[in-house]
Design a protein around this ligand. Structure first.
Ligand code: AMP
Ligand code: ZN
Length: 464
């Protein structure tokens, strides 16, 4: 398989450090709110990378963190008058629900920054011992210039950064030896979560978290490090500096970065306010459609989000699911036997799919191959096709969809809006004293796994 490596700006043959095994680290979200569909792009893309590597026979150790200590979390907690753990725990649970509904598998490990503080302190200690870090007034800084390869990922020249950053000197920063130095440990401020350390009470810097968690759960050298392209600088550049300085070895062999999900040609982001949460979108579409939409573009290309494009993904996906449904019927009712010519063609589609995925995870081309295969099956697999061949056609489509994380069971997905419409109808029935209809709707919802609760604030519902 070839992977485009941001470090070398070329497509390189993927060779794992240990034969048959791959360690992947993906920077996860900062948990202060529901995730938006921009955040969902790396989740879906790199979950698909994991699935593809597993399909190729690798054992994958997939690690993705939750950043659960951060200014934004603290701000949100202060606004609501709760502990920042209340906020982070809530949104970790919500993020996990969203991931599950997009069929993004749980990572092998989802470390949380707040649970790894002793290892962070240890890495800072090593960096200080090696003279790569220094402490001033309770803050520990990384001595950026000492790391000679600084800028190798983002291709930035350290001297350009230096002149650029001089203007950015703000109060408190003048204690740094150099404006380029970044924070490894910051001292406690009133009302902030903090931990004891040799440099006083405080908390770790964001960049350090990933260096420490990837080392602990994968090792000093990781095969693939991934995240959105906004993380290349400074986050990933700083991770490299910290890890390579502390461990004395290369940090990550391949760096993969997804392009932005955009809206009206602007990056979708919380700060611009131009975002949709995964939860909002779930109300309008089954989240499979969103997964399919994300994979319909190459992961490095920017992708514009629009209702039209999502609608066309929905139609495309329906075409596949309908074909699968039809094939199931043929496979169940066919007469025994096989058709070698058709099976040979089916195998050729599999090879073509693999070739697309081997080319830097080209899911866009891989989906085109699935469409070609569906077209082929629609024409060539009929009620007269022998059983082995009909079963084979079905299993090839199912298998390729599974690699992309697309579920082929054609289940009518129950949308939140459908449920709420039924609940409203039940309320209307009750108002009109049509209790028979109201009960009928309650039973219908119960059969669909929806539990209703009549409360003083109105009807509440949940999925069983
Ligand atoms: P954050 O919580 O902002 O650190 O983001 C978590 C992950 O989502 C990172 O890998 C980001 O690069 C990625 N990300 C954020 N916004 C977008 C976007 N609009 N398109 C693609 N990836 C994004
Ligand atoms: Zn990171």
């Amino acid at each position: 398989m070839k992977i485009y490596n941001t470090l070398t700006r070329t497509k390189e043959e993927f060779v794992p450090i240990n034969e048959g095994k791959v360690g992947i680290y993906v920077c996860g979200p900062t948990v202060y709110d529901f995730i938006h569909i921009g955040n969902a792009r790396p989740m879906i893309v790199f979950d698909t990378l994991r699935r593809y590597l597993e399909y190729k026979g690798y054992e994958v150790n997939f690690v993705s963190n939750f950043t659960d200590v951060d200014d934004k979390i603290i701000k949100r907690a202060n606004e609501q008058g709760v502990d920042s753990k209340v906020i982070s725990e809530k949104y970790i649970e919500e993020a996990k629900k969203d991931m599950a509904s997009m069929n993004v598998r749980e990572a092998t490990t989802h470390p949380k920054a707040t649970e790894e503080i002793p290892d962070m302190i240890e890495m800072i200690r090593i960096l200080i011992d090696k003279d790569y870090a220094y402490e001033v007034n309770g803050t520990v800084y990384f001595r950026t210039r000492k790391f000679k390869e600084y800028g190798k990922l983002s291709k930035k020249n350290i001297d350009d950064l230096r002149s650029g950053n001089r203007d950015l000197l703000v109060s408190g920063e003048d204690e740094k030896e150099d404006s380029l130095d970044f924070v490894l440990w910051k001292p406690k401020k009133e009302g902030e979560p903090s931990w004891e350390s040799p440099w006083g009470e405080g908390r770790p810097g964001w960049h350090l978290e990933c260096s420490v968690m990837s080392k602990k759960y994968i090792g000093d050298v990781i095969d693939i490090h991934a995240g959105g392209e906004d993380l290349i600088f400074p986050h990933h550049e700083n991770e490299i500096a910290q890890s390579e300085a502390a461990n004395g070895t290369e940090f990550a062999r391949y760096w993969m970065h997804n392009g932005f999900l955009k809206i009206n040609n602007e990056k979708m982001s919380k700060s611009l306010g131009n975002f949709f949460t995964v939860r909002e979108i779930a109300d309008k579409y089954p989240l499979q459609v969103i997964r399919f939409f994300m994979l319909s573009a190459h992961y490095r290309s920017p992708l514009n989000f629009s209702a039209d494009l999502v609608e066309s993904s929905k139609n495309g996906l329906d075409r596949i699911l309908t074909a699968v449904d039809k094939l199931r019927g043929f496979a169940n009712n066919a007469n025994n036997g096989s058709d070698a010519a058709i099976e040979k063609e089916l195998a050729a589609y599999e090879d073509k799919f693999d070739a697309a995925m081997d080319d830097d995870l080209n899911t866009a081309d891989a989906i085109s191959v699935i469409f070609e295969l569906v077209k082929f099956a629609n024409v060539n697999i009929t009620a007269d096709t022998p059983k082995d061949t009909a079963v084979k056609a079905l299993s090839v489509i199912e298998k390729l969809c599974d690699v992309l994380g697309i579920i082929t069971e054609k289940e009518e997905e129950l949308l939140d809006s459908d449920i709420e419409a039924l609940i409203n109808e039940r309320q209307e029935a009750r108002k009109a004293k049509n209790f028979a209809r109201a009960d009928e709707i309650r039973n219908m919802l119960s059969d669909m796994g929806i539990i209703l609760e009549d409360t003083r604030e109105g009807v509440k519902w949940k999925r069983a």
